[in-house]
Design a protein around this ligand. Structure first.
Ligand code: NAD
Length: 362
């Protein structure tokens, strides 16, 4: 076994249907007396419910979280936290709301209690992102890692099927890349494999019956594991490419991850055999075999996504064919770790396959 450094992320997780009932206890354990509740405008009613549950430990609500955390929103939220003398932020929602909480914590070190309602996994990472002047700046800082996470599958019952699928695939992407990370370690690889299995098993049942709590629980558990992998080990080609596509052409975050993943995995197929065997094992255990009965990693992921009704082609989510050359150029501009060296021709082919939504060959 290779030598490794494993950084266990601190934090407390309360998981289960009805876990939200424990919110007052968890806020008490954090020692917070004036929590600021954050949400998107669309989830304001949920934020109000959280505020009611907190009673006099709630200082106020800030229901203005937006995708990609614009710096203006971050400033407003920071001002509001200061004005209300908040001693904690409760972020209820997806990655955008958690991201707003992180932007507050980055400046003030305010503890965050996260209550995720999607499968993006941001609540498990010390990674933050703030958009200023059209560019998203990301970084890592332990201050922004939530202190407590409450996972209640019941809160995801209302997550539309399409969003459930793409945010679940976004989570699978964290785990897949974690398996061939430069600093991969056996503990995170166990979590990654199990995270892929849980999501590959849960998502088809969510598509069939969005109200199935057991399936929602499997997905949320998978999201937790995959998010923890993203938080602990470095990513590679897939995340780099999605960052380039999202940042330059404003493609939708989770959909972009969904479309690109099978192609990034295919690109790395021969260079990361152990990771591929683990993805294949996870898909087989989940019963997500390909129509041909094989489970080669990239094809298996592609077939899973197709069966879930996920977007499969960049051309269907806003990319122009004329921009592929520029995307290949941007993706090869600065060096970064990847199990297979990044070359312009390979990148151009990958992007072409992803643009047309072709089934990978491996
Ligand atoms: P999101 O947070 O942007 O939410 C998408 C929409 O779904 C919002 O309108 C929200 O109000 C709504 N929504 C969320 N949960 C719902 C529910 N249960 N029922 C009904 N509607 C619901 O989407 P996301 O995919 O969770 O997050 C994407 C963002 O998170 C991106 O900006 C991405 O960069 C970031 N992210 C960050 C990390 C990290 O580690 N920092 C990890 C993953 C994603």
């Amino acid at each position: 076994m290779k030598a490794f450094v494993h950084n266990a992320l601190p934090g407390r997780v309360v998981f289960g249907v009805g876990a939200l009932e424990h919110l007052p206890r968890e806020i008490g354990l954090l020692g917070a007396k004036r929590a600021l509740v954050l949400s998107t405008p669309g989830q304001k009613a949920l934020a109000e419910d959280i505020a009611r549950r907190l009673g006099d430990r709630c200082a106020g609500i800030f229901p203005h979280a937006l995708m990609h955390v614009p710096i203006e929103t971050a400033r407003q939220a920071r001002d509001e936290a200061r004005r209300l003398a908040a001693d904690c932020a409760v972020a209820v929602g997806g990655g955008s709301t958690t991201g707003l909480g992180k932007a507050i914590a980055l400046e003030s070190a305010l503890p965050i209690l996260a209550i995720p309602t999607t499968y993006a996994g941001s609540e498990m990472t010390p990674i933050y992102g703030i958009t200023a002047g059209g560019a998203k700046k990301t970084g890592r800082d332990r201050k922004v890692l939530p202190k407590t996470v409450i996972y209640d599958p019941a809160l995801t019952l209302g997550l539309p099927v399409a969003l459930s699928v793409t945010s679940g695939c976004n989570a699978i992407a964290h785990a897949a890349e974690g398996l061939y990370a430069e600093d991969a370690n056996p503990i995170m690889s166990l979590m990654a494999e199990e995270g892929i299995r849980a999501l590959a098993q849960g998502l088809p049942r969510v598509v069939k019956n969005p109200q199935e709590l057991e399936a929602r629980g499997d997905c949320l558990y998978g999201a937790w594991l995959c998010g923890a992998v993203l938080g602990a080990v470095g990513m590679a080609l897939h995340h780099k490419l999605c960052h380039v596509l999202g940042g330059t052409w404003n493609l939708p975050h989770a959909e972009t991850h969904t479309v690109v993943l099978p192609h990034a995995v295919a690109y790395n197929y021969a260079a990361a055999p152990e990771a591929m065997r683990r993805i294949e094992r996870a898909l087989t255990l989940a019963g997500a075999t390909t129509p041909a009965g094989t489970t080669r990693a990239a094809q298996g992921l592609y077939d899973l996504m197709k069966s879930l009704g996920a977007p499969l082609a960049l051309k269907d989510i806003g990319m122009q064919e004329s921009d592929l050359e520029r995307a290949a150029e941007l993706a090869t501009q600065s060096p970064y770790y990847n199990p297979r060296p990044i070359d312009r021709a390979g990148m151009r082919k990958l992007l072409d396959d992803a643009y047309h939504g072709r089934r990978p060959a491996s």
